[in-house]
Design a binder for this molecule. Structure first.
Ligand SMILES: [Zn+2]
Length: 317
């Protein structure tokens, strides 16, 4: 695949980035970055638009791995590990059926991970085997050709690799800022593999709607309040959250990788420099977004894409 060449040529700068991130980590495990109490105090919650429709939500858990608790939420005094999920979400709106985060294809270790520069594949590979998106859809009797579009929360490899198993006619919708960040430069940013995007129709959309809750920008995808896209920039420039009004009356925010675990929201903690410095495109903005998540009003169920317990609880609902 074309991107594996890119992966090899990026080995040296990636190794240097890893060394810098590793060197910065021990101090942060002892003294985590402090929350910005002034910013937090200034956050207000804007009203949600009225809800005139609701959606069905099905969780497809595709893979898992684990990571040390103290690097997922820096400074948490634990020698334990947190289980991490990789999952796709089928959303059924009255006028469209789509997949948020078409996460993994069955052969992701062979087809996609070689596109990441060394040593990143060693850090991020899910346990084998994974459940490919085509198999996950088949288990639910869903025809991939019947999907109207896919909507990744961002363009990291573990949120889009499943499109390799979808017909090319299924378009991908996402903010133009995310597209230009991932595709315009001479090399893919860390965490991005461009191969799965080849040949697919990429339909840009903008978060040009008003503030909702603690988020500065939004997009009411169907104009009925049932699927609101909110700005979670920081992890990547075009990271979005997908706030759903589900048929059973809940408000679920699929929060991508703005955090990896709810602990970060509760405690207002960054990921540790290793690996946050490698994968958060703008650390300051990512930390600001964590404050916004922390300040959400009650009643919003935040599900970070890799928070295994939160994803599993959503799947069991
Ligand atoms: Zn991810």
């Amino acid at each position: 695949m074309a991107d594996s060449t890119d992966g090899r040529t990026r080995t040296l700068p990636t190794l240097l980035s890893c060394c810098a991130a590793l060197a910065a980590t021990p101090a942060r495990l002892l003294r985590p970055r402090r929350a910005d109490t002034g910013f937090l105090a200034g956050l207000e919650s804007a009203p949600l638009p009225p809800v005139r429709a609701s959606v069905g939500l099905t969780v497809l858990v595709q893979g898992r791995m684990s990571a040390p608790t103290t690097v997922v939420a820096e400074g948490v005094r634990s020698l334990g590990h947190l289980p991490m999920a990789m999952a796709a979400y089928i959303v059924e709106h009255p006028s469209a059926r789509f997949v948020v985060d078409p996460a993994l294809c069955a052969q992701v270790h062979r087809r996609v991970l070689p596109g990441l520069p060394f040593p990143l594949p060693l850090l991020v590979a899910p346990d084998k085997p994974v459940l490919g998106l085509a198999d996950a859809l088949a288990a639910r009797d869903i025809d991939p050709a019947a999907l109207d579009f896919v909507l990744p929360t961002h363009l990291h490899w573990d949120h889009i690799s499943g499109v390799l198993e979808l017909p090319e006619a299924v378009p991908m919708r996402l903010p133009s800022a995310e597209l230009s960040w991932a595709l315009d430069g001479p090399h893919a940013p860390a965490g991005v593999v461009r191969g799965p995007l080849a040949g697919r129709s990429l339909d840009p959309l903008e978060l040009d709607g008003p503030p909702v809750l603690t988020f500065a920008r939004s997009r009411d995808l169907f104009g009925d309040g049932s699927v609101l896209l909110v700005d979670l920039a920081g992890h990547t420039p075009g990271s979005i959250g997908v706030l759903l009004a589900t048929r059973d009356g809940r408000r679920v925010l699929l929060a991508g990788d703005s955090v990896w675990n709810r602990l970060q929201i509760e405690l207002i903690r960054e990921k540790a420099p290793m690996p946050g410095q490698l994968f958060d495109a703008d650390r300051d903005k990512a930390f600001e977004t964590i404050h916004r998540l922390h300040a959400l009003p009650d009643g919003i169920e935040v599900v970070a894409a890799h928070d295994y317990d939160a994803v599993a609880a959503l799947a069991a609902h």
